[in-house]
Design a protein around this ligand. Structure first.
Ligand code: F6R
Length: 244
């Protein structure tokens, strides 16, 4: 696991965007795995800026997002479909037909999960997976557990995740209680992983991810076993990791 120490959120976002940009320049039809949340927004903004300057072309890129709230349609402003269009897809020349997010409106859990897995597998898995990390060490919506998950599945969100995500809703009661998420095994199939982390509230999770035991109780710790994983984190997120 490689760690890139950044000054602040802006520096982290530019460095992560640089790595993604290099991937798309080297392989114009790259398959990107994408995340939502506050952590990657600056990365998307930087990629949009470079697209507008003519430096990156997303016309052949395909994307697979990690997760979606169960029960929200793609038009729902709180859905991750909507988030991706607003924060990235609508501002670059990506073909929306090449973008994929689990279908939160599919109430058939088995169908929603197996069809998403089948699509990611048929695509040959992703070239570069962008991840954030939850305060409890989750990646995607793979919450702390007794075992590592495999494929896409439906999860009950933990109280800490509901509380953390309630900042984006009018009240915690409105946060959906379940989500569809790619599993750990699918994430580990990515040929390259970039995890962005910013802020002191992530410091313990980042320390546990990098230095702790590999355990499903800290889902991100599995990334220690990935052969091409880079953590791009700011000084605050690395404040409990003096050696990195
Ligand atoms: C969202 C996702 C989550 C977030 C995590 C951190 O697609 O995969 O694992 O990355 O909850 O969220 P933020 O960045 O909002 O702190």
């Amino acid at each position: 696991m490689r760690v890139i120490r950044c000054k602040d959120y802006h520096d982290m976002s530019r460095k992560a965007a640089n790595i993604i940009s290099a991937q798309v320049i080297l392989k114009p039809d790259a398959i990107l795995g994408l995340a939502t949340g506050s952590s990657p927004i600056g990365t998307y903004q930087q990629l949009i800026d470079w697209y507008k300057k003519g430096d990156i072309d997303f016309s052949q890129v395909h994307t697979y997002n990690l997760d979606e709230y169960r029960g929200l349609t793609y038009e729902d402003p709180q859905s991750y479909h909507y988030f991706m269009r607003k924060n990235f897809f609508d501002s670059v020349n990506i073909d929306l037909a090449n973008t994929h997010v689990p279908d939160g409106a599919d109430s058939d859990i088995e169908h929603a999960c197996t069809s998403y897995d089948a699509m990611v597998k048929a695509a040959g898995y992703v070239d570069l997976q962008l991840l954030g990390i939850g305060r409890n060490g989750h990646i995607g919506f793979n919450e702390p557990d007794e075992v590592f998950s495999k494929g896409t599945h439906c999860v009950d969100l933990t109280p800490s995740t509901i509380e953390a995500n309630s900042r984006l809703f009018d009240s915690p009661d409105q946060v959906p209680r379940q989500a569809y998420t790619m599993g750990i095994q699918t994430i580990m199939h990515a040929r390259r992983i970039i995890l962005v982390a910013s802020g002191t509230e992530k410091a313990q999770a980042v320390k546990d991810m990098i230095y702790g035991p590999v355990t499903p109780k800290v889902p991100a710790s599995i990334l220690q076993l990935h052969t091409n994983c880079t953590v791009v984190a700011d000084a605050a997120a690395l404040s409990l990791c003096p050696n990195s």
